[in-house]
Design a protein around this ligand. Structure first.
Ligand SMILES: *[C@@H]1O[C@H](CO)[C@@H](O)[C@H](O)[C@H]1NC(C)=O
Ligand SMILES: *[C@@H]1O[C@H](CO)[C@@H](O)[C@H](O)[C@H]1NC(C)=O
Length: 213
């Protein structure tokens, strides 16, 4: 009847961040629901996942829990990257009322071999670029070191001098006009907030330049 107070949300849905494989819970609280119903939808494509206490999607990783009269929880277990996104808690009033909560799924770093440097051999005086392409969420940082713990020798563009650095941050390590002493095994290390960090070894050989007569 007109005397029934309208349903309304209590507070907001918290956004959550979890590593892949774990479970995420979004909680939606409503007062004065009356005869109305609460549903959970995937915001991106409006797929209905649950209505009241019942899951209506064919996804065994999704469940709903109804607690303390007011709270409907959406639980997604064994999180996958594809679960990243926002979810809508909807009350079927007219017009309908909705609230959104988002799930971020963290993924440990991975190095894509096909898009990263293999061992390489160049002649003295030539340039080389060592590249490591890493994926993950958050986007991993890539750091280069020498495997033997020695300093990396880098020549700035247009400079004669080789500069010594312990490490180099960036996915591409550009080495200009190589000298023999820059030969060695280099490690690219990809890391983000999600362990474990991963590394790849790239061996660089620098050969004497042969003069042809
Ligand atoms: C959750 O994230 C969405 C999208 O970024 C944002 O609109 C909303 O305000 C956030 N909710 C809270 C409680 O911070
Ligand atoms: C590389 O990045 C790390 C982490 O962000 C930082 O602590 C370090 O100082 C950086 N090194 C260089 C040479 O920029």
């Amino acid at each position: 009847s007109r005397l029934d107070p309208d349903p309304e949300f209590i507070g907001f849905i918290n956004n959550v961040t979890y590593p892949a494989g774990r479970e995420a819970i979004l909680a939606c609280s409503v007062r004065n629901l009356g005869k109305n119903k609460v549903g959970w939808l995937r915001a991106s494509d409006q797929t209905v996942l649950a209505l009241q206490g019942r899951v209506v999607t064919h996804n065994a990783r999704i469940s709903v829990m109804h607690q303390d009269m007011h709270t409907w929880k959406l639980k997604i277990s064994k999180l996958r990257e594809s679960d990243r996104g926002c979810y809508m808690c909807q009350i079927n009033t007219s017009p309908m009322k909705k609230q959104v909560g988002c799930i971020d799924v963290q993924v440990p770093p991975d190095i894509i071999n096909e898009e990263s440097s293999a061992d390489l051999a160049v002649q003295e005086g030539e340039d080389a670029t060592l590249t490591c392409k890493a994926t993950g969420n958050p986007q991993p940082r890539v750091t280069w070191r020498r495997e033997d713990g020695e300093m990396i020798l880098i020549r700035k563009p247009g400079s004669r001098e080789l500069m010594k650095v312990e490490s180099y941050n960036g996915s591409s390590l550009r080495l200009l006009r190589l000298e023999r002493r820059q030969m060695g095994a280099y490690l690219c290390i990809a890391s983000n907030d999600v362990p474990p960090a991963v590394s790849k070894r790239v061996s660089l050989s620098v050969h004497h330049h042969h003069h042809h007569h």
